[in-house]
Design a binder for this molecule. Structure first.
Ligand SMILES: Cc1cc2nc3c(=O)[nH]c(=O)nc-3n(C[C@H](O)[C@H](O)[C@H](O)COP(=O)(O)OP(=O)(O)OC[C@H]3O[C@@H](n4cnc5c(N)ncnc54)[C@H](O)[C@@H]3O)c2cc1C
Length: 531
Protein backbone atom coordinates (compact mmCIF):
# COMPACT_ATOMS: atom_id res chain seq x y z
CA UNK A 1 0.00 0.00 0.00
CA UNK A 2 1.42 3.45 -0.84
CA UNK A 3 2.06 5.83 2.10
CA UNK A 4 -0.45 8.39 0.77
CA UNK A 5 -3.18 8.69 -1.85
CA UNK A 6 -1.63 11.94 -3.08
CA UNK A 7 1.69 13.72 -2.74
CA UNK A 8 1.73 17.35 -3.86
CA UNK A 9 5.15 18.76 -4.70
CA UNK A 10 5.14 22.42 -3.66
CA UNK A 11 3.08 24.50 -1.25
CA UNK A 12 2.47 27.46 -3.54
CA UNK A 13 -1.06 28.79 -3.30
CA UNK A 14 -2.18 26.48 -6.14
CA UNK A 15 -0.65 23.41 -4.50
CA UNK A 16 -2.46 24.29 -1.28
CA UNK A 17 -5.79 24.83 -3.05
CA UNK A 18 -5.46 21.44 -4.76
CA UNK A 19 -4.54 19.82 -1.44
CA UNK A 20 -7.61 21.26 0.29
CA UNK A 21 -10.05 20.00 -2.33
CA UNK A 22 -8.42 16.55 -2.53
CA UNK A 23 -8.43 16.10 1.24
CA UNK A 24 -12.04 17.25 1.43
CA UNK A 25 -12.81 14.53 -1.14
CA UNK A 26 -11.40 12.00 1.32
CA UNK A 27 -7.91 11.50 -0.12
CA UNK A 28 -4.95 11.11 2.22
CA UNK A 29 -2.77 14.00 1.08
CA UNK A 30 0.80 15.08 1.79
CA UNK A 31 2.29 18.41 0.64
CA UNK A 32 6.08 18.66 0.36
CA UNK A 33 7.59 22.14 0.17
CA UNK A 34 11.30 22.75 -0.40
CA UNK A 35 11.37 26.08 1.44
CA UNK A 36 10.91 26.45 5.20
CA UNK A 37 7.67 28.35 4.67
CA UNK A 38 4.56 27.65 2.63
CA UNK A 39 3.23 30.02 -0.03
CA UNK A 40 5.61 29.93 -3.02
CA UNK A 41 5.26 33.35 -4.65
CA UNK A 42 2.53 34.39 -2.21
CA UNK A 43 4.51 34.89 0.99
CA UNK A 44 5.11 37.55 3.64
CA UNK A 45 8.65 37.72 4.99
CA UNK A 46 10.52 39.99 7.37
CA UNK A 47 12.87 42.06 5.20
CA UNK A 48 14.34 44.03 8.13
CA UNK A 49 13.60 43.82 11.87
CA UNK A 50 10.03 45.11 12.31
CA UNK A 51 9.31 45.39 8.56
CA UNK A 52 7.25 42.66 6.86
CA UNK A 53 6.48 42.61 3.17
CA UNK A 54 4.83 40.47 0.48
CA UNK A 55 8.20 39.40 -0.86
CA UNK A 56 7.04 38.52 -4.39
CA UNK A 57 3.39 38.98 -5.51
CA UNK A 58 1.88 41.97 -3.73
CA UNK A 59 -1.68 42.06 -5.04
CA UNK A 60 -4.01 39.13 -5.74
CA UNK A 61 -5.12 38.43 -9.29
CA UNK A 62 -7.97 38.51 -7.78
CA UNK A 63 -8.29 35.29 -5.80
CA UNK A 64 -11.25 33.25 -7.07
CA UNK A 65 -14.20 33.98 -4.74
CA UNK A 66 -15.79 30.48 -4.83
CA UNK A 67 -12.56 29.04 -3.38
CA UNK A 68 -12.72 31.50 -0.46
CA UNK A 69 -16.25 30.27 0.22
CA UNK A 70 -15.63 26.52 -0.32
CA UNK A 71 -12.58 26.49 1.93
CA UNK A 72 -13.96 28.99 4.46
CA UNK A 73 -10.80 31.04 4.17
CA UNK A 74 -12.26 33.98 6.09
CA UNK A 75 -12.73 31.71 9.11
CA UNK A 76 -9.12 30.60 8.61
CA UNK A 77 -7.84 34.17 8.85
CA UNK A 78 -8.11 35.69 5.36
CA UNK A 79 -8.99 39.38 5.25
CA UNK A 80 -8.74 41.20 1.94
CA UNK A 81 -8.20 44.94 1.59
CA UNK A 82 -9.44 46.76 -1.50
CA UNK A 83 -8.30 50.38 -1.64
CA UNK A 84 -10.57 52.86 -3.46
CA UNK A 85 -7.87 53.59 -6.02
CA UNK A 86 -6.95 50.96 -8.59
CA UNK A 87 -3.78 52.60 -9.79
CA UNK A 88 -1.97 55.91 -9.56
CA UNK A 89 0.18 56.66 -12.61
CA UNK A 90 3.09 58.97 -11.90
CA UNK A 91 4.57 61.24 -14.49
CA UNK A 92 7.50 63.61 -14.20
CA UNK A 93 5.97 66.00 -16.76
CA UNK A 94 2.17 65.78 -16.62
CA UNK A 95 -0.04 65.51 -13.52
CA UNK A 96 -0.34 62.10 -11.84
CA UNK A 97 -3.58 60.28 -12.75
CA UNK A 98 -5.60 58.09 -10.39
CA UNK A 99 -7.98 55.44 -11.66
CA UNK A 100 -10.60 54.66 -9.02
CA UNK A 101 -13.14 51.87 -8.62
CA UNK A 102 -15.70 54.63 -8.83
CA UNK A 103 -16.09 55.40 -12.56
CA UNK A 104 -17.59 58.86 -11.97
CA UNK A 105 -14.58 59.82 -9.83
CA UNK A 106 -12.23 58.53 -12.54
CA UNK A 107 -14.03 60.58 -15.18
CA UNK A 108 -13.59 63.71 -13.05
CA UNK A 109 -9.87 62.87 -12.79
CA UNK A 110 -9.54 62.42 -16.57
CA UNK A 111 -11.50 65.50 -17.66
CA UNK A 112 -8.71 68.07 -17.12
CA UNK A 113 -6.29 65.81 -19.02
CA UNK A 114 -8.52 64.95 -21.98
CA UNK A 115 -12.26 65.45 -22.38
CA UNK A 116 -12.19 62.84 -25.15
CA UNK A 117 -10.61 60.21 -22.86
CA UNK A 118 -13.04 61.09 -20.07
CA UNK A 119 -15.89 60.51 -22.52
CA UNK A 120 -14.51 57.22 -23.91
CA UNK A 121 -13.47 55.69 -20.58
CA UNK A 122 -16.90 54.44 -19.38
CA UNK A 123 -17.68 52.60 -22.65
CA UNK A 124 -14.15 51.13 -22.69
CA UNK A 125 -14.69 49.81 -19.15
CA UNK A 126 -18.20 48.54 -19.95
CA UNK A 127 -17.03 46.74 -23.09
CA UNK A 128 -14.23 45.00 -21.15
CA UNK A 129 -16.71 44.10 -18.42
CA UNK A 130 -19.11 42.50 -20.93
CA UNK A 131 -16.34 40.62 -22.75
CA UNK A 132 -14.71 39.63 -19.46
CA UNK A 133 -18.02 38.24 -18.21
CA UNK A 134 -18.41 36.20 -21.39
CA UNK A 135 -14.86 34.78 -21.11
CA UNK A 136 -14.93 34.20 -17.34
CA UNK A 137 -16.49 30.68 -17.43
CA UNK A 138 -13.50 29.56 -19.51
CA UNK A 139 -11.21 30.17 -16.56
CA UNK A 140 -13.00 27.63 -14.40
CA UNK A 141 -13.25 25.10 -17.24
CA UNK A 142 -10.78 22.38 -18.09
CA UNK A 143 -9.63 23.10 -21.66
CA UNK A 144 -11.19 20.61 -24.07
CA UNK A 145 -9.24 17.74 -25.59
CA UNK A 146 -8.40 18.89 -29.10
CA UNK A 147 -8.47 15.56 -30.92
CA UNK A 148 -11.31 13.73 -29.13
CA UNK A 149 -13.42 16.19 -27.16
CA UNK A 150 -15.89 14.49 -24.82
CA UNK A 151 -19.63 15.12 -24.99
CA UNK A 152 -19.36 17.37 -21.91
CA UNK A 153 -16.57 19.38 -23.51
CA UNK A 154 -18.58 19.83 -26.71
CA UNK A 155 -21.54 20.94 -24.62
CA UNK A 156 -19.38 23.53 -22.83
CA UNK A 157 -18.03 24.80 -26.16
CA UNK A 158 -21.62 25.09 -27.41
CA UNK A 159 -22.49 27.15 -24.32
CA UNK A 160 -19.50 29.36 -24.98
CA UNK A 161 -20.61 29.86 -28.59
CA UNK A 162 -24.06 30.89 -27.36
CA UNK A 163 -22.66 33.42 -24.88
CA UNK A 164 -20.35 34.75 -27.61
CA UNK A 165 -23.41 35.38 -29.78
CA UNK A 166 -25.07 36.96 -26.76
CA UNK A 167 -22.30 39.56 -26.64
CA UNK A 168 -23.87 41.41 -29.54
CA UNK A 169 -22.18 42.37 -32.79
CA UNK A 170 -20.11 45.24 -31.47
CA UNK A 171 -18.40 43.41 -28.58
CA UNK A 172 -18.08 40.13 -30.48
CA UNK A 173 -16.27 41.94 -33.27
CA UNK A 174 -14.09 43.73 -30.73
CA UNK A 175 -13.14 40.46 -29.01
CA UNK A 176 -12.10 38.76 -32.26
CA UNK A 177 -10.19 41.78 -33.47
CA UNK A 178 -8.52 42.77 -30.19
CA UNK A 179 -7.10 39.33 -29.23
CA UNK A 180 -4.17 39.28 -31.68
CA UNK A 181 -3.51 43.05 -31.53
CA UNK A 182 -0.60 44.85 -29.91
CA UNK A 183 -1.97 46.51 -26.79
CA UNK A 184 -0.38 49.83 -27.87
CA UNK A 185 -2.61 49.84 -30.96
CA UNK A 186 -5.70 48.97 -28.96
CA UNK A 187 -5.28 51.80 -26.45
CA UNK A 188 -4.45 54.30 -29.20
CA UNK A 189 -7.89 53.62 -30.73
CA UNK A 190 -9.59 54.68 -27.50
CA UNK A 191 -7.46 57.28 -25.75
CA UNK A 192 -5.28 60.23 -26.65
CA UNK A 193 -3.51 60.83 -23.33
CA UNK A 194 -0.24 58.95 -23.06
CA UNK A 195 -0.69 58.35 -19.31
CA UNK A 196 -4.00 56.57 -19.72
CA UNK A 197 -2.72 54.57 -22.68
CA UNK A 198 0.25 53.40 -20.60
CA UNK A 199 -1.89 52.52 -17.56
CA UNK A 200 -4.05 50.18 -19.63
CA UNK A 201 -1.18 48.78 -21.71
CA UNK A 202 0.87 47.87 -18.64
CA UNK A 203 -1.69 45.25 -17.71
CA UNK A 204 -1.23 43.55 -21.08
CA UNK A 205 2.53 43.16 -20.58
CA UNK A 206 2.76 42.34 -16.85
CA UNK A 207 5.27 39.50 -16.48
CA UNK A 208 5.59 39.03 -20.25
CA UNK A 209 8.69 38.90 -22.41
CA UNK A 210 6.94 41.45 -24.62
CA UNK A 211 6.50 45.19 -24.98
CA UNK A 212 3.31 47.12 -25.72
CA UNK A 213 4.04 46.97 -29.45
CA UNK A 214 4.34 43.17 -29.40
CA UNK A 215 1.53 41.35 -31.22
CA UNK A 216 -0.93 39.53 -28.98
CA UNK A 217 -0.42 41.67 -25.87
CA UNK A 218 -4.09 42.69 -25.97
CA UNK A 219 -4.92 39.05 -25.30
CA UNK A 220 -3.18 39.41 -21.93
CA UNK A 221 -5.47 42.31 -21.16
CA UNK A 222 -8.60 40.38 -22.18
CA UNK A 223 -7.53 37.39 -20.09
CA UNK A 224 -7.11 39.66 -17.06
CA UNK A 225 -10.53 41.20 -17.75
CA UNK A 226 -11.97 37.69 -17.62
CA UNK A 227 -10.46 37.34 -14.13
CA UNK A 228 -12.01 40.47 -12.66
CA UNK A 229 -14.25 42.10 -15.30
CA UNK A 230 -12.11 45.22 -15.67
CA UNK A 231 -9.68 46.62 -18.20
CA UNK A 232 -7.61 48.21 -15.41
CA UNK A 233 -6.72 45.84 -12.60
CA UNK A 234 -7.74 46.47 -9.02
CA UNK A 235 -5.35 46.48 -6.11
CA UNK A 236 -6.39 43.54 -4.01
CA UNK A 237 -4.31 43.24 -0.85
CA UNK A 238 -4.37 40.82 2.04
CA UNK A 239 -4.08 41.97 5.65
CA UNK A 240 -0.72 40.65 6.83
CA UNK A 241 0.56 40.45 3.24
CA UNK A 242 0.12 37.68 0.70
CA UNK A 243 1.54 35.16 3.20
CA UNK A 244 -1.67 35.56 5.17
CA UNK A 245 -3.60 34.18 2.19
CA UNK A 246 -1.41 31.09 1.92
CA UNK A 247 -1.39 30.87 5.74
CA UNK A 248 -5.20 30.67 5.64
CA UNK A 249 -4.99 28.05 2.88
CA UNK A 250 -2.52 26.00 4.95
CA UNK A 251 -4.86 26.23 7.98
CA UNK A 252 -7.79 25.05 5.85
CA UNK A 253 -5.67 22.24 4.42
CA UNK A 254 -4.54 21.02 7.84
CA UNK A 255 -8.10 21.13 9.14
CA UNK A 256 -9.16 18.99 6.16
CA UNK A 257 -6.46 16.46 7.13
CA UNK A 258 -3.59 17.45 4.84
CA UNK A 259 -0.09 16.88 6.15
CA UNK A 260 2.32 19.67 5.14
CA UNK A 261 6.08 19.17 5.41
CA UNK A 262 8.28 22.20 4.77
CA UNK A 263 12.05 21.96 4.21
CA UNK A 264 11.30 18.93 1.98
CA UNK A 265 13.00 19.33 -1.38
CA UNK A 266 11.91 16.73 -3.91
CA UNK A 267 14.86 15.60 -6.02
CA UNK A 268 13.06 13.07 -8.22
CA UNK A 269 9.72 11.55 -9.07
CA UNK A 270 10.14 7.78 -9.30
CA UNK A 271 8.19 6.11 -12.04
CA UNK A 272 7.58 2.42 -12.75
CA UNK A 273 5.54 0.57 -15.37
CA UNK A 274 2.34 1.46 -13.49
CA UNK A 275 3.11 5.20 -13.53
CA UNK A 276 4.30 7.75 -10.93
CA UNK A 277 4.96 5.78 -7.77
CA UNK A 278 6.98 7.77 -5.26
CA UNK A 279 9.12 10.82 -4.64
CA UNK A 280 12.69 10.92 -3.52
CA UNK A 281 13.76 13.86 -1.33
CA UNK A 282 17.27 15.32 -1.51
CA UNK A 283 17.80 13.83 1.95
CA UNK A 284 17.37 10.37 0.38
CA UNK A 285 13.97 9.78 2.02
CA UNK A 286 11.42 8.03 -0.20
CA UNK A 287 7.67 8.52 0.10
CA UNK A 288 5.14 6.62 -2.00
CA UNK A 289 1.69 7.64 -3.17
CA UNK A 290 -1.03 6.51 -5.47
CA UNK A 291 -0.68 9.75 -7.49
CA UNK A 292 1.71 12.69 -7.53
CA UNK A 293 0.76 16.27 -8.29
CA UNK A 294 3.39 18.85 -9.17
CA UNK A 295 2.92 22.51 -8.24
CA UNK A 296 6.41 23.12 -9.66
CA UNK A 297 6.47 24.68 -13.14
CA UNK A 298 6.32 22.42 -16.22
CA UNK A 299 10.01 22.75 -17.10
CA UNK A 300 11.12 21.91 -13.56
CA UNK A 301 8.70 18.99 -13.40
CA UNK A 302 9.58 17.35 -16.70
CA UNK A 303 13.21 18.38 -17.17
CA UNK A 304 14.47 18.14 -13.56
CA UNK A 305 12.22 15.81 -11.59
CA UNK A 306 11.34 13.10 -14.13
CA UNK A 307 13.85 10.76 -15.73
CA UNK A 308 13.53 11.48 -19.50
CA UNK A 309 13.54 7.75 -20.31
CA UNK A 310 9.88 7.75 -19.27
CA UNK A 311 8.97 10.52 -21.73
CA UNK A 312 8.63 10.52 -25.50
CA UNK A 313 11.56 12.52 -26.99
CA UNK A 314 9.09 14.69 -28.94
CA UNK A 315 7.34 15.56 -25.67
CA UNK A 316 10.68 16.50 -24.07
CA UNK A 317 11.46 18.68 -27.07
CA UNK A 318 8.13 20.48 -26.68
CA UNK A 319 8.84 21.09 -22.99
CA UNK A 320 12.24 22.51 -23.92
CA UNK A 321 10.49 24.83 -26.37
CA UNK A 322 7.98 25.99 -23.75
CA UNK A 323 8.95 29.62 -23.26
CA UNK A 324 9.71 30.57 -19.67
CA UNK A 325 12.41 33.23 -19.70
CA UNK A 326 11.59 35.73 -16.98
CA UNK A 327 11.88 39.50 -17.19
CA UNK A 328 10.91 40.49 -13.67
CA UNK A 329 12.70 41.37 -10.45
CA UNK A 330 11.54 42.60 -7.08
CA UNK A 331 12.93 45.19 -4.68
CA UNK A 332 11.39 45.43 -1.22
CA UNK A 333 12.24 48.41 0.94
CA UNK A 334 11.99 49.36 4.59
CA UNK A 335 11.32 53.12 4.71
CA UNK A 336 11.50 55.48 7.67
CA UNK A 337 8.54 57.50 6.31
CA UNK A 338 6.23 58.06 3.37
CA UNK A 339 7.87 59.33 0.17
CA UNK A 340 6.61 62.61 -1.24
CA UNK A 341 5.65 61.81 -4.82
CA UNK A 342 5.51 64.66 -7.33
CA UNK A 343 1.90 65.72 -7.74
CA UNK A 344 0.73 63.77 -4.67
CA UNK A 345 2.31 65.81 -1.88
CA UNK A 346 -0.99 66.77 -0.29
CA UNK A 347 -1.34 64.73 2.93
CA UNK A 348 -5.14 64.64 2.43
CA UNK A 349 -4.48 62.79 -0.78
CA UNK A 350 -2.77 59.79 0.87
CA UNK A 351 -5.49 57.41 -0.38
CA UNK A 352 -4.15 57.98 -3.89
CA UNK A 353 -1.01 56.12 -2.81
CA UNK A 354 -2.90 53.24 -1.23
CA UNK A 355 -3.39 51.18 -4.42
CA UNK A 356 -0.83 50.27 -7.05
CA UNK A 357 1.52 53.04 -8.18
CA UNK A 358 2.79 52.85 -11.74
CA UNK A 359 5.99 54.26 -13.13
CA UNK A 360 5.75 53.77 -16.87
CA UNK A 361 4.36 57.09 -18.02
CA UNK A 362 3.92 56.48 -21.74
CA UNK A 363 3.91 53.78 -24.37
CA UNK A 364 7.36 54.66 -25.71
CA UNK A 365 8.79 54.45 -22.18
CA UNK A 366 7.35 50.94 -21.77
CA UNK A 367 8.60 49.79 -25.17
CA UNK A 368 12.09 51.20 -24.57
CA UNK A 369 12.14 49.43 -21.21
CA UNK A 370 11.51 46.18 -23.09
CA UNK A 371 14.22 46.96 -25.66
CA UNK A 372 16.91 46.61 -23.01
CA UNK A 373 15.68 43.12 -22.09
CA UNK A 374 15.52 42.03 -25.73
CA UNK A 375 19.23 42.71 -26.02
CA UNK A 376 20.20 41.08 -22.73
CA UNK A 377 20.37 43.99 -20.29
CA UNK A 378 18.19 45.27 -17.50
CA UNK A 379 16.30 48.42 -18.29
CA UNK A 380 17.83 51.66 -16.96
CA UNK A 381 14.27 53.13 -16.98
CA UNK A 382 12.10 50.13 -16.09
CA UNK A 383 8.35 49.79 -15.76
CA UNK A 384 7.59 49.70 -12.02
CA UNK A 385 4.47 48.51 -10.23
CA UNK A 386 4.80 49.77 -6.65
CA UNK A 387 2.72 49.25 -3.54
CA UNK A 388 3.00 50.68 -0.03
CA UNK A 389 0.90 48.08 1.84
CA UNK A 390 1.65 49.57 5.27
CA UNK A 391 -0.61 52.52 4.41
CA UNK A 392 -3.70 50.33 4.89
CA UNK A 393 -2.05 47.62 6.99
CA UNK A 394 0.11 49.53 9.50
CA UNK A 395 1.18 46.40 11.41
CA UNK A 396 3.59 45.60 8.56
CA UNK A 397 6.01 48.33 9.71
CA UNK A 398 6.90 50.20 12.93
CA UNK A 399 4.77 53.27 13.72
CA UNK A 400 5.32 56.05 11.16
CA UNK A 401 7.50 53.82 8.98
CA UNK A 402 6.49 51.98 5.80
CA UNK A 403 7.29 49.02 3.60
CA UNK A 404 7.42 49.52 -0.14
CA UNK A 405 7.14 46.64 -2.59
CA UNK A 406 8.56 47.36 -6.05
CA UNK A 407 7.89 45.00 -8.96
CA UNK A 408 10.48 45.72 -11.66
CA UNK A 409 10.14 44.90 -15.35
CA UNK A 410 12.34 44.50 -17.42
CA UNK A 411 15.16 42.54 -15.81
CA UNK A 412 15.94 39.61 -18.11
CA UNK A 413 16.93 36.23 -16.68
CA UNK A 414 19.92 36.07 -19.01
CA UNK A 415 22.29 39.04 -18.94
CA UNK A 416 24.57 39.69 -21.90
CA UNK A 417 27.30 41.14 -19.69
CA UNK A 418 28.17 39.77 -16.27
CA UNK A 419 25.70 37.91 -14.13
CA UNK A 420 22.99 38.74 -11.64
CA UNK A 421 25.12 38.07 -8.58
CA UNK A 422 27.75 40.59 -9.63
CA UNK A 423 25.24 43.18 -10.95
CA UNK A 424 22.55 42.92 -8.27
CA UNK A 425 23.42 46.09 -6.29
CA UNK A 426 24.14 48.23 -9.36
CA UNK A 427 20.73 47.17 -10.73
CA UNK A 428 18.97 48.04 -7.45
CA UNK A 429 20.74 51.42 -7.34
CA UNK A 430 19.40 52.24 -10.80
CA UNK A 431 15.84 51.39 -9.73
CA UNK A 432 16.18 53.57 -6.64
CA UNK A 433 17.42 56.43 -8.87
CA UNK A 434 14.33 56.09 -11.07
CA UNK A 435 11.95 56.24 -8.09
CA UNK A 436 13.90 59.19 -6.74
CA UNK A 437 13.05 61.10 -9.94
CA UNK A 438 9.38 60.88 -8.91
CA UNK A 439 9.86 61.34 -5.13
CA UNK A 440 12.84 63.51 -4.32
CA UNK A 441 13.05 62.49 -0.62
CA UNK A 442 12.92 58.78 -1.44
CA UNK A 443 16.60 57.86 -1.15
CA UNK A 444 16.99 59.40 2.31
CA UNK A 445 14.04 57.34 3.66
CA UNK A 446 15.56 53.94 2.84
CA UNK A 447 16.41 51.95 5.96
CA UNK A 448 17.03 48.61 4.25
CA UNK A 449 16.37 46.91 0.93
CA UNK A 450 15.93 43.37 -0.32
CA UNK A 451 16.81 42.71 -3.96
CA UNK A 452 15.36 39.66 -5.71
CA UNK A 453 16.71 39.02 -9.20
CA UNK A 454 15.31 36.61 -11.80
CA UNK A 455 18.10 34.23 -10.84
CA UNK A 456 16.89 34.35 -7.22
CA UNK A 457 13.37 33.59 -8.45
CA UNK A 458 14.78 30.39 -9.92
CA UNK A 459 17.26 29.43 -7.20
CA UNK A 460 15.37 30.47 -4.05
CA UNK A 461 11.74 30.33 -5.14
CA UNK A 462 12.03 27.43 -7.60
CA UNK A 463 10.71 29.13 -10.77
CA UNK A 464 12.49 27.83 -13.84
CA UNK A 465 13.98 30.71 -15.88
CA UNK A 466 12.75 33.09 -13.17
CA UNK A 467 9.39 33.33 -14.93
CA UNK A 468 6.77 34.72 -12.54
CA UNK A 469 3.90 32.88 -14.27
CA UNK A 470 5.72 29.53 -14.72
CA UNK A 471 5.87 30.32 -18.48
CA UNK A 472 4.81 33.01 -20.94
CA UNK A 473 1.07 33.63 -21.09
CA UNK A 474 0.98 34.30 -24.79
CA UNK A 475 -1.75 33.04 -27.13
CA UNK A 476 0.42 30.03 -28.11
CA UNK A 477 0.81 29.00 -24.45
CA UNK A 478 -2.74 29.56 -23.21
CA UNK A 479 -5.91 27.51 -22.74
CA UNK A 480 -5.63 24.26 -24.79
CA UNK A 481 -1.94 25.05 -25.32
CA UNK A 482 -1.04 25.43 -21.62
CA UNK A 483 1.43 24.02 -20.97
CA UNK A 484 1.34 21.97 -24.20
CA UNK A 485 -1.24 21.04 -26.75
CA UNK A 486 -2.69 17.64 -25.86
CA UNK A 487 -1.70 18.05 -22.20
CA UNK A 488 -3.85 20.95 -21.01
CA UNK A 489 -6.11 18.88 -18.76
CA UNK A 490 -3.74 18.76 -15.76
CA UNK A 491 -2.77 15.16 -16.65
CA UNK A 492 0.65 14.32 -18.06
CA UNK A 493 2.01 11.54 -20.29
CA UNK A 494 2.90 9.68 -17.07
CA UNK A 495 -0.03 7.91 -15.46
CA UNK A 496 -0.68 9.20 -11.96
CA UNK A 497 1.37 12.40 -12.45
CA UNK A 498 -0.53 15.69 -12.61
CA UNK A 499 0.28 19.40 -12.78
CA UNK A 500 -1.61 21.99 -10.71
CA UNK A 501 0.43 25.22 -10.88
CA UNK A 502 0.53 28.44 -12.85
CA UNK A 503 1.97 26.57 -15.84
CA UNK A 504 -1.51 25.11 -16.39
CA UNK A 505 -4.75 26.80 -17.47
CA UNK A 506 -5.69 29.56 -16.70
CA UNK A 507 -2.11 30.46 -15.80
CA UNK A 508 -0.30 32.77 -13.43
CA UNK A 509 -1.48 35.27 -10.88
CA UNK A 510 -2.70 34.61 -7.37
CA UNK A 511 -6.13 33.32 -8.36
CA UNK A 512 -6.14 29.71 -7.12
CA UNK A 513 -7.90 28.69 -10.31
CA UNK A 514 -5.33 26.23 -11.76
CA UNK A 515 -5.23 24.47 -8.38
CA UNK A 516 -9.02 24.17 -8.18
CA UNK A 517 -9.34 22.98 -11.80
CA UNK A 518 -6.60 20.38 -11.30
CA UNK A 519 -8.26 19.06 -8.15
CA UNK A 520 -11.53 18.58 -10.03
CA UNK A 521 -9.80 16.45 -12.71
CA UNK A 522 -7.83 14.38 -10.19
CA UNK A 523 -10.95 13.64 -8.14
CA UNK A 524 -12.72 12.61 -11.37
CA UNK A 525 -9.89 10.14 -12.12
CA UNK A 526 -10.03 8.70 -8.59
CA UNK A 527 -13.77 8.25 -8.87
CA UNK A 528 -13.49 6.50 -12.23
CA UNK A 529 -10.38 4.57 -11.07
CA UNK A 530 -8.27 6.17 -13.82
CA UNK A 531 -5.80 7.70 -11.38
C1 LIG B 1 8.12 38.88 -8.34
C2 LIG B 1 6.72 38.42 -8.57
C3 LIG B 1 5.68 39.33 -8.53
C4 LIG B 1 4.38 38.92 -8.80
N1 LIG B 1 3.36 39.82 -8.67
C5 LIG B 1 2.08 39.38 -8.75
C6 LIG B 1 1.01 40.20 -8.35
O1 LIG B 1 1.20 41.32 -7.87
N2 LIG B 1 -0.26 39.72 -8.49
C7 LIG B 1 -0.50 38.44 -8.93
O2 LIG B 1 -1.66 38.02 -9.00
N3 LIG B 1 0.52 37.62 -9.28
C8 LIG B 1 1.79 38.05 -9.18
N4 LIG B 1 2.82 37.20 -9.45
C9 LIG B 1 2.53 35.88 -10.05
C10 LIG B 1 2.00 34.89 -9.03
O3 LIG B 1 2.60 35.10 -7.79
C11 LIG B 1 2.27 33.46 -9.49
O4 LIG B 1 1.81 33.28 -10.81
C12 LIG B 1 1.57 32.46 -8.61
O5 LIG B 1 1.74 32.77 -7.24
C13 LIG B 1 2.08 31.06 -8.86
O6 LIG B 1 1.51 30.22 -7.90
P1 LIG B 1 1.75 28.65 -7.90
O7 LIG B 1 1.15 28.11 -6.66
O8 LIG B 1 1.29 28.07 -9.17
O9 LIG B 1 3.33 28.49 -7.91
P2 LIG B 1 4.44 29.01 -6.89
O10 LIG B 1 3.93 30.11 -6.07
O11 LIG B 1 5.67 29.24 -7.69
O12 LIG B 1 4.67 27.77 -5.94
C14 LIG B 1 5.36 26.61 -6.35
C15 LIG B 1 5.93 25.98 -5.10
O13 LIG B 1 6.57 24.75 -5.44
C16 LIG B 1 7.74 24.66 -4.66
N5 LIG B 1 8.65 23.71 -5.31
C17 LIG B 1 9.20 23.81 -6.54
N6 LIG B 1 10.00 22.75 -6.78
C18 LIG B 1 9.93 21.96 -5.68
C19 LIG B 1 10.56 20.73 -5.30
N7 LIG B 1 11.41 20.09 -6.13
N8 LIG B 1 10.29 20.19 -4.09
C20 LIG B 1 9.42 20.81 -3.23
N9 LIG B 1 8.82 22.00 -3.53
C21 LIG B 1 9.08 22.56 -4.74
C22 LIG B 1 8.28 26.07 -4.63
O14 LIG B 1 9.21 26.27 -3.58
C23 LIG B 1 6.98 26.85 -4.43
O15 LIG B 1 6.67 27.00 -3.07
C24 LIG B 1 4.11 37.56 -9.13
C25 LIG B 1 5.16 36.63 -9.12
C26 LIG B 1 6.45 37.05 -8.83
C27 LIG B 1 7.54 36.02 -8.81
Amino acid sequence: MPDYDIIIIGAGHNGLVTACYLAKAGLKTLVLERREIVGGSAVTEEIHPGFRCSTLAHSAAPFFAPIVKDLQLTRHGLETITPPVRVLALSSETPAISIYHDTARTIRELEPISTRDAKNYPEFERSFARIGKMLAPLLATTPPAIEHPSAGELWNLGKLGRSFRGLGKKDAYRLLRWGPMAVADLVAEWFESESLRAIVAARGIFGAFAGPWSAGTSAGLLWQAAMDGHAIGASSFVRGGMGALTGALANAAREAGVEIKTGSDVARIDINDEGAAKVLLITGEEISAHSIVSNADPRTTFLNLVDPVWLDPSFVLKVRNYRATGVSAKINLALSGLPSFTGVEDKNDADRLSGRIQIGPDIDYLERAFDAAKYGDYSPRPYLDITIPSLLDPDLAPAGAHVMSVYVQYAPYKLKDGDWNSRREEFADSVVDVINDYASNFQELIVARQVITPLDLEQIYGMSGGHIHHGEQSLDQSFTFRPLIGWAQYRTPIKGLYLCGAGTHPGGGVSGRPGANAAREIIKDFKTKKA
